[in-house]
Design a protein around this ligand. Structure first.
Ligand code: UTP
Length: 493
């Protein structure tokens, strides 16, 4: 049985094999060589259990990598160098534009559905992030995200997957990447909710690697006398974690060939989209992406660009203003394609990366990291950024792909990110998008939705994935929609 327990046993075995227990003295030598011996500053005063805990943390780290990152990312960061020639990346439009593309999309949808029916597609959510901006006291996936039923994000995903399974009479294995900081809470949440009625054997949880936060002086921070201040190594760590956790082998055993990658913060994401995966598959791509046309030049989305014939994502903060704002002859933004971190990834591509060894670049994020003072042992809660977290990004694997395509999606249909506690990309903005999406789908089916004077829906409306996952589904269920009273809350189950 491939389930939570067997996976954690597998991980323990893996760790035991790859990290044989090291004697404290050997660990001390390692941290001394890395210039980080202060991590053992309080060692002598610790209990035996705490000593073991700290030794285990130290043993799990790659200190050679940490030394290199301290030097290259913390102390002497190389400024981002804009490639000399950058072109906008080509993409496939949301809807086919002529008979030829109509034919390709029809073939792609058919291909995607065939892969789905054959059980060849897995859903994969990266949920290892710390979600500091949202400030929710628990894994972000447990956040109540929908406007009427307040469904947690994880429930939104499972319900979407179950609806797709029912539609295509298939099973979609669901892989959930956590970090050691939120793993137990995530697994426990699923257990308490009975896996939202997905068979437990279909879900696999595994953790990504962690790295210590490093002060601007290059010293690893301690969170407590017996623990370093660790954070997950970025969503790029998922490509390694899939391999190390045994998830890739599990996929191989199940006959999965395509991985549908998505983030934990979007309640309306199409966790698996047969058309997108089909387009990716018939183009024989290794790793593909969905894009949104940016609303304005400097919108905070990564930019899909073409550099030396390869698709790359250039972060919004790295794309100079004149390029971000550049327009084509027809007035459209030249660099139009924004990344929303949705990817289709061929399993064999991730296997090849891991077989041959790969290294994604580490990015520097300056953050406020609570820690203890090394002299007094007292907690310090910084008011401004005091440390560097080092992270890899999954989109940096795109240029490693031999073939990669980009497919345009529709903003209101698929993008309601929850990043911040308030304002842009917040629970309130996501709830608003969900209502607007529901209202559009209902209106397209000829159903009256009361409007406010500004034209926005005068009701809060949530459509469950079991009711509809595409606008067309609402048309078929027209008779099941009750009249919508102004100011009411409506849930379509
Ligand atoms: P974000 O960039 O939004 O980061 O992650 P975050 O850590 O969740 O939130 P903040 O910045 O602390 O507020 C985008 C996606 O990547 C996942 C997150 O869980 C989210 O789904 N992620 C991020 C990981 O799985 N691991 C990481 O190390 C970082």
């Amino acid at each position: 049985m491939i389930a939570v327990i067997s996976v954690s046993v597998f991980m323990d075995l893996y760790i035991a094999m790859t990290h044989p227990p090291l004697h404290h003295d050997a660990l001390l030598e390692k941290v001394i060589a890395a210039g980080q011996e202060h991590v053992y500053r309080f060692y002598d005063s610790l209990t035996e259990a705490d000593k073991e805990h700290l030794d285990a943390q130290v043993a799990a780290m790659d200190w050679e990598l940490i030394s290199k990152l301290v030097s290259d990312v913390v102390l002497r960061p190389v400024p981002f160098e804009l490639p000399r020639s950058i072109e906008p990346a080509p993409y496939l439009p949301n809807k086919p534009i002529d008979a030829a593309t109509q034919d390709i999309y029809a073939r792609a949808r058919h291909r995607g559905i065939t892969l789905l029916r054959d059980g060849q597609i897995a859903a994969f959510v990266v949920a290892g992030g710390q979600g500091t901006r949202l400030g929710w006291p628990g894994p972000k996936g447990t956040f109540p995200a929908t406007p009427v039923k307040k469904k947690p994000l994880f429930q939104c995903f499972v319900e979407y997957l179950r609806a797709l399974e029912a539609r295509h009479h298939t099973t979609i294995p669901f892989y959930i990447m956590t970090s050691t900081a939120n793993h137990d809470a995530t697994v426990d949440f699923f257990r308490r909710h009975d896996y939202f009625s997905m068979p437990e054997s279909q879900i696999m949880f595994f953790s990504q690697d962690m790295l210590p936060a490093v002060g601007f002086d290059g010293k690893v921070l301690l969170e407590t006398p017996s623990s370093m201040a660790l954070s997950p190594n970025g969503h790029g760590g998922s490509l390694l974690a899939l391999h190390k956790s045994g998830a890739l082998s599990d996929m191989r055993r199940r006959g999965v060939t395509q991985i549908s990658y998505f983030q934990v913060d979007n309640p309306i994401v199409r966790c698996v989209d047969p058309l997108f995966i089909g387009l990716h598959d018939i183009h024989e791509a290794d790793m593909s992406s969905k894009m949104l046309p940016k609303a304005f030049g400097k919108e905070k989305l990564g930019n899909f660009c073409l550099v030396d014939g390869k698709i790359v994502v250039i972060e919004y903060s790295d794309l100079p203003e004149q390029l971000a704002e550049a327009r084509q002859a027809d007035g459209e933004l030249k660099f139009r394609a924004g990344s929303i971190a949705l990817h289709a990834v061929r399993r064999s591509f991730v296997e090849q990366l891991n077989a041959h060894g790969f290294a994604l670049p580490y990015h520097r994020a300056e953050k406020k990291v609570p820690h203890i003072d090394l002299h007094t042992g007292k907690p310090v809660n910084p008011a401004s950024p005091n440390a560097v977290k080092m992270e890899t990004f999954v989109f940096d694997a795109l240029p490693l792909a031999t073939k990669s395509i980009i497919y345009e999606t529709d903003r209101i249909d698929e993008f309601a990110p929850i990043k911040n506690a308030e304002g842009v990309d917040s629970p309130a903005s996501a709830a608003d998008i969900i209502t607007r999406r529901s209202s559009q789908w209902l209106a397209a089916a000829g159903i009256d939705v009361p409007k406010k004077p500004d034209g926005s829906p005068n009701a809060v409306i949530e459509i469950s994935p079991s009711f509809a996952i595409y606008p067309e589904d609402v048309v078929d269920k027209y008779m099941q929609v009750p009249p919508i009273a102004p100011g009411s809350q409506v849930y379509l189950p």
